[in-house]
Design a binder for this molecule. Sequence first.
Ligand code: ADP
Ligand code: GLC
Length: 478
Amino acid sequence: MRVLFVASEYAPLVKTGGLADVVAALPKALAARGVEARVLIPAYPAVRAALGPGAGAVDLGPLHGGPARLLSGRAEGVSLLALDAPHLYDRPGNPYLGPDRRDWPDNAVRFGALSRVAADIARDGAFGWRADVLHAHDWQAGLAPAYLRLGGIAVPSVLTIHNVAFQGIFPADLLGALGLPGAAFTPDGLEYYGQIGFLKAGLVYADRITTVSPTYARELMTTEFGFGLEGVISARRGVLSGILNGVDLTDWNPEGDPALPAPFSVRSRRGKAQARVALAARMGLAFDPARPLFCVVSRLTRQKGLDLLLAALPTLLGRGAQLAVLGSGDADLEAGFARAAAESAGRIGTQIGYDEPLSHLMIAGADCILVPSRFEPCGLTQMYGLRYGTLPLVARTGGLADTVIEANAAAVAAGVATGFVCEPDSLPSLADAIDRACDAFADTKLWDAMVRQAMRHPVGWDASAARYARLYAELSPA
Ligand code: ADP
Ligand code: GLC
């Protein structure tokens, strides 16, 4: 089985969030199940550099006013196909935003071209390789299923929604430039309230739709979480499934993590204590293992509910707890956490920015990781927390609800509790969960049992890769 992944991010080369991690990890997990996935991504500077001068190359001719080539090579253990069109992708920094932090004005063409080339590869093959199934990820690849269907290309497609809040909506007058037929510009086709909807197009034309957790699959069909696409998604509920993301157990392995001062495991957790020492020093926190240390590793946006955490800081500090924050995003949240650190020096430490090794040290060295999201399609950091014995405190939404078991009396008695769960978008509920976590931390025996339970909780890709493999097999029987 050969599957063409189409996506705009690929970890660690180009990453703004969990999409990049999934696009890099899932192909490796699929390989163990006999599925050969190749990933088509734009040849951003980091991708071109990773492929190096030895990459295979074929000319594609002119594409939106500039030359284009398809490159082929391996990076980070996965076969990549890279769409090299310097006038579209040879831009530094974030893949979507210019230096003014606004969307590049030509994003419709940049990602329309990616989808168009994906459909061409599905039709013609590339470098002697042919795909049995095309698997598009998020809005940036949303037009690929449309090009397949509208172009009569008989390769089945899957669309995965990683976050319905981002939809790729562009003016209707781009139809011609994107090579899309006017006849398909209807509400049951490409049109989204008078504009072109890239994600919407994928939802209409893909043969199967998946999203990244079972709970988010249900939430997507509600007005509260569907961001206007709940009707389109509900109409296709028969082909929709929620398949939980996994964690790359090689990248996130406390027994062999180069970012930590010492390894640790569920049996021997001395190394976790050493990570705590290093983390406290790094974040300017007073070292005090008797106090619970909470951490946050996150984009700082409204989705993540971290404004609620700012409001809950009096509760956290009132319980004598500490907080370490690593993140970047909205200016008001960045300023809020910087101010909190300045006001509570030694008790709150804030690092604004993106720092992969520090993210590992934080998740290893803290006691509890906070993910109080308003919505969360899957979420990866709570699963890193489980694996590193850093108990997650999460909101009951999306993949957070599917991965963390609240330490209520029944779960504790049954020995299955792994964390703390609050209601989304509720300050009293978040503050209450912080209180419960502090109570649990004070009960050393209970905390130790939960840490062991969390570290044993399976968070790898195995089960979910098997589900994707079955889905592909249904679409393209051998
Ligand atoms: P989302 O994709 O919505 O941002 P996820 O939890 O799925 O949320 O994925 C976020 C990914 O980005 C995780 O791998 C997390 O560790 C990483 N991450 C987020 N912020 C930072 C940061 N400031 N520094 C390092 N890694 C970060
Ligand atoms: C999105 C979601 C996140 C999910 C990630 C990978 O960025 O916000 O919840 O884990 O995609 O699927």
